[in-house]
Design a protein around this ligand. Structure first.
Ligand SMILES: [Zn+2]
Length: 129
């Protein structure tokens, strides 16, 4: 397994190219990759890596992003309006972080990230009392 060098910042984009981001991953970089089995992520199926809130900049296409929220509305899931690709979301488990679609990172093949750990989204940290 060879993982690409991740630059700081590193370019990321949706499929059609309408949305371009520049992201600086959390210090552990690609090792933060996770899948989640909550009702939403399980359907979406993307592997997400961690980006601090100040580590993400929309370079192009901010007005081409659309927002999906549900339940508590804390998590904010962003998609490209044109190609439908999920680019990033503001996390509910830690609103100081974004989850970024690892496959949107330039040069990253999500297959190379396996095995990817799972977050327990059914028993979500924010639902525990
Ligand atoms: Zn797009």
């Amino acid at each position: 397994m060879t993982l690409p060098e991740i630059r700081k910042p590193h370019p990321a984009r949706c499929h059609c190219g309408a949305v371009e981001l520049e992201v600086t991953l959390a210090p552990k970089g690609l090792a933060t990759a996770r899948r989640c089995d909550c009702s939403f992520c399980a359907r979406r199926g993307a592997v997400a890596v961690t980006v601090p809130l100040d580590g993400l900049r929309v370079v192009k296409g901010e007005d081409n992003l659309t927002l999906y929220t549900w339940n508590t509305g804390t998590a904010k899931h962003y998609f490209c309006k044109t190609c439908g690709i999920y680019t990033h979301h503001r996390r509910r488990s830690n609103p100081n972080e974004y989850g970024l679609n690892a496959a949107c990172l330039d040069g990253v093949n999500p297959r190379d990230l396996d095995p990817v750990a799972w977050t327990d989204g059914i028993d979500h940290p924010s639902d525990r009392t």
